[in-house]
Design a protein around this ligand. Structure first.
Ligand code: COA
Ligand code: AMP
Length: 633
């Protein structure tokens, strides 16, 4: 007899209309849809056409109307400011409606964009929901990005208003945000009409009269705004993510499909019951922060935790266990890198035993493949199921997971288990033929993608088609390589493009190469992701200087490290670079980045048959050895 999972999965593909009609009952609509799936203009598909609703109403108002008003909706836990503050659904709704009033007074209306560049403070969540309340479109930019990256997002999204704060706090370091914001606006090709700035006590921001507005003052002088119904297919947000060039891609999330998919996933993927506490220890600036810190838990009537801290250092590797115990967390979602950091500082789990974490039912990990060692360590220390699950900014919710709400399947360490209902995942060879079980190929999803996944890129349908839909017509290209085993389990092993995963953060090596190449002394360069014990991967740069440059190599590499930090941001974690005489290339001039990575990681590699000058690899190995690569050799 098929399991509940197998039955549900089969039904989702055999009759998607019926499956997603049923799932849509979890959401409140002002107008029901006339068509579940509109496939009239392939490869573009739209869900719930004709429907109308509001995301903020579904996340807040309806819970207050139905008796959940006094339940905590959001718990802000900030070890870096020694603050814990809880907002009930009623309180959060009040703040959100007021801030929606502020935005409305500043001219924000349905369809306008609001950029949110903030640290992990409740006002960031409030700004997201307030934007949604007005039917406007938010675009949250991660605080660890530099002014340049923020500028490119401002130029593309053309926001009416930017909401920001005076500073973020990185463990014990105050990071002023306002100078970055001012610089970004100066660099961008578009200027917002207004910036609303939250003044935090740790740093005061200089305000520009006529443009900058104090958050607290604005809130004190406004009237709350009602929610505005939008079309099911209207965008809820734009989230920029690294593409294969320096230009970020504006992933569009439409409203209804996303709300339906998230609501469905809370119970069926994560096994949550309304009223329980769910904690996604991620930043609001990432897809996980959008889907499982804000919208998913709130749509489902859960309590969500907003944690302004790190897994270690705020103050110690027991931070996660303290939060779990103190707030009664049932499900924790984080990245494997966080567990590697905890394991490094507390290998025997001594800090875990100082806390009563029996409330914790399941740990979910995503953002990068969870290495079996980390998975075993977490299982052994926590005594709860540890579930690796796979998804992307583009999909907005998990593609491959062990759906515990549908009955957990046996865990295979290193695999994200099976495709989530709604996703028809295939593995194709270069010619587009499905490979046999166990054979590695390009992981794709047969169109249409289920609700919740990106319908397009912001103002760039052609770019959407080019990047995702053109390689294999009829399929969405995930740009991940992997295989399905004999049991139908998915194994997602690596990217097929230049994206690397640094501490669960998605970064483009191509973008870093663009920065290195802009240095006046650099003739050519390559950036590869090399293995790192904690962050999974870190970028490493190799540069060849222009003829006649005879400055100290140390000075040049120091400048390169500073340049990447300044242009992309500290989150790139670009700290290692070296000057070499030449780069290994094929006879047609392609840099052999994969081979460089293997040398740095100490992985055996065959001599590439197309290599131009094999001796270069030896030079590279010597240069990498001088930097300590491969590690532990
Ligand atoms: N604002 C400003 N700077 C930021 C920042 C922010 N919001 N977030 C990170 N940075 C800075 C850090 O301070 C650090 O700066 P440094 O080079 O001066 O030390 C740099 O960016 C790199 O940050 P990070 O990758 O977070 O490394 P870390 O060494 O500070 O912490 C981990 C390592 C593993 C503890 C941390 O990355 C972590 O908790 N990761 C979880 C991953 C995650 O949330 N993934 C999302 C998907 S689930
Ligand atoms: P992001 O868009 O930042 O969420 O990054 C998505 C990419 O991270 C995916 O395309 C994968 O390459 C990788 N990834 C995320 N989660 C997993 C996982 N559980 N297993 C393997 N790779 C993952």
């Amino acid at each position: 007899m098929p399991s509940i999972y197998e039955h549900t999965y089969a039904r989702s593909l055999a009759d998607p209309d019926a499956f997603w009609t049923e799932a849509a009952e979890g959401i409140d609509w002002t107008t029901r849809w006339s068509q579940v799936l509109d496939g009239s203009t392939p490869p573009f598909y739209r869900w719930y056409v004709g429907g109308r609703l509001n995301a903020c109403y579904n996340a807040l108002d309806r819970h207050v109307e139905r008796g959940r008003g006094e339940q905590p909706a959001l718990i802000y836990d900030s070890p870096v400011t020694r603050t814990i503050k809880s907002f009930t659904y009623r309180e959060l709704l009040r703040e959100v409606a007021l801030f929606a009033g502020v935005l409305r007074e500043l001219g924000v209306a349905k369809g306008d964009r609001v950029i949110i560049y903030m640290p992990m403070v409740p006002e960031a969540v409030i700004a997201m929901l307030a934007t949604a309340r007005l039917g406007a479109i938010h675009s949250v930019v991660f605080g660890g990005f530099a002014a340049n990256e923020l500028a490119s997002r401002i130029s593309d999204a053309k926001p009416t208003v930017i909401v920001s704060a005076s500073c973020g706090i990185e463990i014990d370091r105050v990071v002023p945000y306002k100078p970055l914001l001012d610089r970004a606006i100066a660099l961008a090709t578009h200027s917002p009409a207004w910036c609303v700035v939250l003044q935090r006590p740790q740093a005061a921001a200089d305000m520009i009269p006529g443009r900058d507005i104090d958050y607290a003052a604005a809130m004190a002088n406004c009237t709350p705004a009602e929610w505005v119904p939008v079309a099911a297919t209207d965008p809820l947000y734009i989230l920029y993510t690294s593409g294969t060039t320096g230009v970020p891609k504006g992933v569009v999330r439409d409203t209804a499909g996303y709300l339906v998919a998230l609501f469905w996933s809370m119970k069926n993927v994560y096994g949550m019951e309304p009223g329980e506490v769910y904690w996604a220890a991620s930043d609001l600036g990432w897809a996980v922060g959008h889907s499982y810190l804000v919208y998913g838990p709130l749509l489902h009537g859960n309590t969500t935790i907003l944690y302004e801290g790190k897994p270690v250092g705020t103050p110690d590797p027991g931070a996660f266990w303290r939060v779990i115990e103190q707030h009664g967390v049932r499900v924790l979602f984080t990245a494997p890198t966080a567990f590697r950091a905890i394991k490094r500082d507390d290998p025997n789990g001594d800090f875990i035993r100082r806390h009563d974490i029996r409330c914790l039912r399941t740990l979910f990990l995503a953002g990068e493949r969870c290495d079996p060692d980390t998975l075993h360590w977490a299982e052994h220390q926590l005594h709860v199921p540890v579930i690796d699950h796979w998804w992307q900014t583009e999909t907005g919710w998990p593609v491959g997971a062990n759906c515990v709400g549908l009955g957990a399947l046996p865990v295979k360490p290193g695999s994200c288990t099976t495709p989530v209902p709604g996703y028809d995942v295939r593995v194709l060879d270069e010619a587009g033929k499905e490979v046999r079980p166990g054979e590695t190929g390009n992981v794709v999803i047969k169109l249409p993608l289920p609700p919740g996944c990106l319908p397009t890129l912001w103002n760039n349908d052609a770019g959407y088609e080019r990047a995702y839909l053109s390689r294999y017509p009829g399929y969405y290209l995930t740009a991940d390589a992997g295989f399905k085993d004999e049991d139908g389990y998915l194994w997602i092993m690596s990217r097929t493009d230049d994206i690397i995963n640094v501490a669960g953060h998605r970064l483009s090596t191509g973008a870093m190469e663009e920065v290195l190449a802009s240095h006046p002394d650099v003739a050519e360069c390559a950036v590869v992701g090399v293995a790192d014990e904690i962050k999974g991967e870190i970028p490493l740069g190799l540069v060849v200087t222009k003829a006649g440059v005879n400055r100290s190599h140390d000075d040049i590499t120091r400048e390169l490290v500073a340049l990447v930090r300044e242009r992309i941001g500290p989150v790139a974690a670009f700290k290692v670079a070296t000057v070499v005489h030449r780069l290994p290339k094929t006879r047609s001039g392609k840099i052999l980045r994969g081979t460089v990575k293997k040398i740095a990681d100490g992985v055996p590699y065959p001599m590439p048959s197309t290599i131009d000058e094999p001796a270069v690899l030896e030079e590279i190995a010597i240069a990498l050895a001088a930097l300590g690569y491969p590690k532990g050799a």
